[in-house]
Design a binder for this molecule. Structure first.
Ligand code: PMM
Length: 266
């Protein structure tokens, strides 16, 4: 039987995320969608109140907290495992107080100097993603000597910073940050080299879902779910701990096929 990665279902409680912006921006719709993702096989719901799509402008932090709070409250109340996708320490603190299990920081602690300390003072797991600047400038930062070597060394620096701030190694995950200051070729190279990220010894999360590099397989983001599900299986083969996807049902089914392949139950 194969180790199955956890499936993180994406819940963007935002009016402007690139593939599902505006769909779940009322708390009621968001909560209903999260419950459906759990029914479809989602293990964790990744709640985000601020879009990180390329070109997006930052929003007010009070607005971010106002968006995520009712949703986190309801999901934690249901007993659902919640990850909070935020770059802000104060939003992370709110999530921690409300009972989230993960803080998913796409900036790996670079955006808000207070973030690592807030997480260190809690019991949550910290997901440090590779990042090179805000969404409005990141496409201009996609220059690397060797993308795998450079992303690995920049992530190692974030691991050191997180541990230096007091986050125990057992509470630390890493993510190569597909699409964040990366071209399509960079993303494919990172996927090809995922074993090198796994070899660092921290659980690895991959967020490939519906991203622009999958556009050869679907013009519109929602048409990229089959490509996403196949990518999820390939990530599983490379030993990742979790995949972050919009279409939970398709990835969950694809992972069940993989499990059968390796002699497990469907
Ligand atoms: N991608 C997005 C947002 N949050 N978090 C992690 N850890 N990894 C990712 O790749 C990631 C993320 C952007 O995608 P979305 O707009 O579909 O949420």
């Amino acid at each position: 039987m194969a180790n199955r990665p956890l499936v993180f279902g994406v819940l963007n409680v935002t009016p402007d995320s690139f593939s599902d912006g505006g769909l779940w921006d009322s708390p009621e719709n968001a909560i209903e969608h999260a419950r459906a993702m759990v029914a479809d096989g989602g293990d964790v719901i990744d709640v985000g109140g601020e879009s990180t799509r390329p070109g997006a402008a930052r929003i007010d932090d009070g607005e971010e907290r106002r968006r995520v709070e009712p949703v986190i409250r309801a999901l934690v109340g249901d007993g659902i495992s919640v990850s909070l996708d935020t770059m802000r320490a104060e939003t992370a603190r709110l999530g921690i107080d409300l009972g989230v299990d993960y803080i998913n920081d796409v900036s790996g602690g670079l955006s808000d100097p207070a973030m690592l300390g807030v997480v260190a003072d809690s019991n949550v797991t910290y997901i440090a993603m590779h990042w090179r600047g805000e969404s409005d400038v990141m496409d201009g930062n996609a220059t690397y000597g060797d993308v795998t070597r450079d992303v690995l060394s920049e992530l190692r620096a974030r691991i050191d910073a997180a541990q230096g701030a007091g986050i125990a190694p057992g509470r630390l995950w890493i993510d190569p940050g597909l699409g964040f200051a990366k071209t399509a070729d960079h993303n494919w190279q990172l996927l090809r080299d995922l074993n090198q990220f796994v070899a660092l010894g921290y659980p690895v999360l991959v967020g490939a879902s519906r991203k622009r590099f999958l556009s050869p397989f679907g013009e519109a983001p929602a048409d990229r779910d089959q490509a996403t599900a196949i990518t999820s299986v390939l990530c599983a083969e490379a030993g990742v701990a979790a995949v972050r996807v919009h279409d939970v049902a398709r990835t969950a089914e694809a992972l069940r096929v993989r499990n059968s392949w390796w002699g497990g139950a469907a």
